[in-house]
Structures are given as C-alpha cells and as structure tokens.
Design a protein. Structure first.
Length: 610
C-alpha cells in the first residue's frame, strides 16, 4: 500500500502529458533523426554523440553529450511509436513511475520505515520541478539515469548489510548503466564514500577511511570504462570550449545553488529558460547574500543533527555538482535547467518528509493526523502545479510562451519565442518578439542573430548584413559574449561571400576565429578559401578543424580530400576520401559521387568504403 500510492500519484499527475505534442529538441531528436529509425545503427550509439545524426553540421560535431542508452531507448521508442507522440509520452510517464517506486525502496532501506518511504516517494512523484523531465520527451535522460542510480545505491546498502560481493557487482552494473544514460551520474561514488565515512558510523575512523577508499577504487572501474568510451566517441572527456571565465563562474555558484533550492521549495515560476546574470566580483551582493543563505541552510542541517537529513543534503549537492561544475560551458539559455534537479530532488524530498515527521512528533495526541494533513496538503498543492506545468510543454511555442510569461523582462526568453514562432510559420510575430528583446537589451547578440536569420530567409541578404553589422558595432566584446560575437562574424562572412564581397567575407571569417578560436570558424573559413582557389590556406584551416572535431565527423575528410586533390597530392587525397566513405552515413548526399570519383582516381579500382 505504501508503495502503490506514490506510483499512482506519479501516473495520475503526469497522465495529461499524453496529449502533448513534440517540443523543442524533440523535433530534431525524433522527427528528423535518421539514426533512431533503424536498429542497425544501435552500435553507433556507443561510439558517437547523441547529436551525431546531424552529420554534416560542424556546429553539432563538438557537442559534449555521450548518452548511448538515451539513443538506444529512442530507437526502441521509434520502433514502437514512430512519429506519434502519445507512445513517447507514455514511456516517459512509466519511467517516472518506476523511478518513484525506486525512491520508495531506497528510502525504506535507509529509514526502515514504510511511512517515511511512502511520503518521500509521494513528494517525489508530484514535485512540479519534474515537469520538464517527464512532460518533455527529450527530457527523459535524467529519469533514465536516476532509474539506474537509485538501484545502484540500493544494492550498495544491501551489500553493506550482508557483505555479499555479488550485491556490490550489481551496484556497479547499475552505476555503469547510469553513466551510459547521462554523464551526471559520475559523482554518485562520492555519495557512497560519504556514507562510509559519516552515515554508517559503527567503526573507528581509520577503518571507515580504508573502506571508503576501497569502494571508491571499485567504483572507479566502471567510471574509467565510461570515460574511455566517452573519449573515443567525443575526442574529449570534459566537453567543449568554456564560454565564460572561471572566476565569474565560481562567484555565481552560490546564486545558482540558491536558485535551484528555490525551485525545490517554492512551487512557482517554473520555466524552460531562467534568466541568470553572472556575478562579477566577490563584493557583489549577488554573491554575498546567496553565500550567507547557503551557510545558514548548512548550519540548520548541522543543528538538527539528523544523519538522514544530512545524507539528503549530500545527495542533493552531489547529484547536482556536475551541472554546477559545467556552468561555464553552457549556453545562456541552459545555465539553470529544471531537469537537472530530477535526481537531486530525492534528497530534498527526503528532508521534507523527515521534517513533516518531526513536526507531527511534536504533537503527542494528534501527531499522526497532523502529519497526514501536512503531507496531503503539500502533495495536493504540488500536484495542481505539476498538472498545470505539464500543459506548458504541449509544443515548442507553448514552452517559450511560458518562458516569456514567467520572465517578461528577460531578452533571451523573447528571442527563443521568436525562433519558435518563425519555425511555426509566423514570421511577423517572430520579428516582433526579437525586436522586443532588443528593446529590453540593445546588447542582446542572439536577438541580432535571429533578426538577421529571419531577414536572410526572406531573401533580403543586404538587410541581413546590415543587422549583423549593427549588432557587432553595438554589442561590446567581452569574455561573457565572445561565442555569440564570433557567430555573428561567421554569419556575416558567409553573407558577404554570397554577395560576392570577398574581401569583407574573409575579414569577418578571420575575425570570428580571433574572437573565439573554434572548429566552426576554421571550417567555414576553409570552405571560403577552397572556393576562392586558395588551396594551401584552405588546407591549413581544414587541418585545424580536423584536430578539433570528433573522429566520426565525416565532412572534414571530404573537404580535406578535395583540397589535397587540388594541391596534386593524390595519395593524401585518396586517404581522406576513403576515410570519408568509412565514416559518412549511408544516406549522405555526397557518398555515391565520392565513391565513383575515388574509383576514377584509382583507375577503376573500387573504393573501400561501404
């Protein structure tokens, strides 16, 4: 009974998502993703990023997302549901219900109290912050990861009780599956180490230290295996180039943590995009006030002297830590994301359940009734907010309309709404929203980029150039916006190339690489030089690109092959073209022509690529 109630709550409060449509990334990850439409591509899920299906776009070649189980789940989902969103949403609901059941099992193992376990799981089931992870199909990475992290913790605890090593092996297996679902599981062994050192205090400190070190080494095995797979797939371990300075990112961490705690505590203001301004100096009140707030919260937890509450706090911060540490690499719209709270929220729900128990215990005669009343009231309020928030995920436009409604003064909310409106075939409304963003902040680089994009697609290339030139002259160059400025320069260079204004095109493309050295600038500069017949310069740019993109990014090998052929280096040209055929997807438009061309280069000998 105690387990049935939270599972039913998880289903009932999420069932209205079944009638939602595809939203935001779903359009690419599902409808335009050729990778998930055949089971023969499944092995590649373990050697490429989740955005590798956009194989010809250099922008997506450097993404930091290696989640093979996410891609595998989408392949299975597509086989079952195709392009009908109902089935996809059903899988998300069932996954959330399964995670809720695991929350119950883990809490019962920790507390040995079914009432506490049922209350914690019920709070987890209906927390409004979970709408983004459950109502949004592409948000399932966090529930999927949590579905494996929780049993890993459960089997670790059972291993501690009975000492059977097969239980630890099962725990390690679930931990590895969690890593393959989402990279944020990497900090889970820290929770295990904490438990050994401070939660289970039945031995002297030296024995606890030794045991914690041993378990960390054991958990390091699947972690290293995952990191090796990640390196092979992405060409790096930690992701792309940071967008923001380290110092300002560190100063902003207390503000971010407090904002996340606010989303957990106050059922209001939920949105796909949260406005966040980086803290500049240690004397800023935006640093000092959140830091004081966090210190006060830590002091309260220490004062209560509850091992379970402390473990809940440790769980929250440990599972949130990867998102906090990666803050300087996120795009502006992703600095604060509610889906990152899905796994950490278990810790907060546990603390709240303990708080309700503690409150009820203060009343001797009617304590149980008061506890039940508090729990029912909180669950009811959260359920209502969650059901309402689920509807904001109906489609892409509704997602960004909600963002604007929550933060009407945030320029980026209007920019994202503008892009969704344009994609929905409503260009006039899109332009209005983009100009609203500029009225709110004349230095909003993404607003200039969006307006230029809309104008270019309407055929007014000269006007699109003018908008970008205005943006570049208006937006001050700083470490906080260098990537956006670099993108403006790249786009402007390509537009000038279209207008046959080659000197200006070269100037802007080179300037992009100066502002933010990255693969996209080198790649398009190399294309420019190649089309101008400046093959040595093209080769240099393409070689830089090749060193910066993952090994599976096939188009760079085609570009290098064509460049080396133009330079009369036929041996190297053939090597690069063979590499292209080896890596390019079967439906790549240049594949057949490249195979035939390579065969002609070799005097009729067949190419090796399939």
């Amino acid at each position: 009974m105690f387990a049935v109630v939270p599972v039913l709550l998880a289903v009932v409060t999420s069932i209205n998502t079944l009638w939602n449509h595809f939203a935001t990334d779903d359009l690419e990850q599902i409808l335009n993703n050729s990778f998930i439409k055949t089971f023969s591509n499944l092995p590649s899920a373990f050697t490429k990023s989740i955005w590798s299906f956009i194989a010809a776009d250099v922008v997506f070649s450097v993404d930091p997302y290696f989640r093979p189980l996410f891609s595998s789940l989408f392949t299975v989902n597509y086989a079952l549901s195709g392009d009908k969103p109902f089935g996809w949403h059903l899988i998300n609901i069932l996954t959330h219900a399964a995670v809720t059941f695991m929350v119950f099992l883990v809490t019962r193992e920790l507390t040995e109290r079914s009432w506490t376990a049922g209350l914690t799981a019920s709070l987890f089931a209906v927390h409004p912050v979970h709408a983004e992870s459950v109502a949004w199909i592409s948000g399932i990475a966090d529930p999927l990861m949590t579905l494996f992290v929780l049993p890993s913790f459960l089997f670790y605890m059972r291993f501690r009780k009975v000492g059977s090593w097969y239980l630890l092996l099962i725990s390690l297996g679930f931990f590895f599956l969690a890593l393959l679902s989402k990279e944020t599981a990497i900090t889970f062994p820290l929770i295990v180490a904490y438990c050994e050192l401070f939660h289970f205090r039945r031995e002297e400190i030296t024995r606890r230290l030794g045991r914690a070190a041993q378990l960390l080494l054991v958990f390091l095995v699947p972690a290293l295996l995952y990191l090796a797979m990640r390196y092979i797939a992405l060409g790096n371990i930690f992701g792309g180039q940071p967008r923001y300075p380290l110092g300002q990112s560190v100063l902003t961490l207390p503000l971010v943590v407090l904002r996340y705690l606010g989303l957990m505590a106050i059922p209001w203001g939920y949105s796909y995009q949260h406005s966040l301004t980086f803290v500049e100096t240690p004397a800023d009140i935006a640093f000092l006030a959140p830091l004081a707030g966090i210190i006060a919260i830590v002091a309260c937890i220490a004062f209560v002297r509850s091992r379970l509450a402390t473990l809940g706090a440790v769980w929250f911060i440990a599972m949130l830590a990867p998102a906090l540490l990666a803050l300087r690499q996120f795009e502006p719209a992703a600095l604060l994301q509610e889906r990152y709270l899905y796994a950490p929220s278990f810790g907060v729900c546990l603390i709240i359940a303990l708080g309700i128990e503690w409150t009820a215990a203060r009343f001797e005669s009617r304590g149980r009734e008061i506890g039940v009343a508090l729990a029912v009231l909180l669950i009811l309020v959260w359920s209502v907010v969650l059901i309402r928030q689920n509807r904001t995920w109906d489609d892409t436009v509704s997602v960004y309309r909600n963002s604007v409604a929550v933060a009407p003064e945030a320029p980026l909310s209007h920019v994202l709404l503008a892009r969704s409106l344009y994609d929905a075939g409503r260009p006039r409304e899109a332009e209005t929203e983009a100009r609203t963003a500029l009225n709110l902040d004349p230095h909003c680089a993404t607003a200039y980029l969006s307006l230029s994009y809309f104008t270019r697609l309407s055929g007014k290339i000269d006007k699109a150039c003018e908008i970008l030139e205005d943006g570049i002259s208006t937006v001050p160059e700083s470490t906080m916006n260098r990537q956006d400025l670099a993108t403006m320069y790249v786009n402007l260079g390509l537009l000038y190339q279209q207008r046959k204004m080659f000197d200006l095109a070269e100037e802007k493309l080179l300037r992009s690489a100066q502002v933010s050295p990255r693969a996209v600038a080198w790649y398009y500069t190399g294309q420019f030089y190649f089309e101008q017949g400046r093959y040595d310069e093209a080769r240099a740019q393409f070689e830089q690109t090749s060193a910066a993109v993952p090994r599976w990014f096939a188009p760079i090998h085609l570009r290098l092959g064509m460049t080396y052929e133009a330079l009369k280096d036929t041996t190297r040209a053939q090597m690069e073209l063979e590499k292209y055929l080896e890596l390019a997807p079967a439906d790549a438009p240049d594949r057949d022509a490249t195979r035939k061309h390579l065969q002609d280069m070799r005097g009729g000998a067949p190419a090796k690529g399939k």
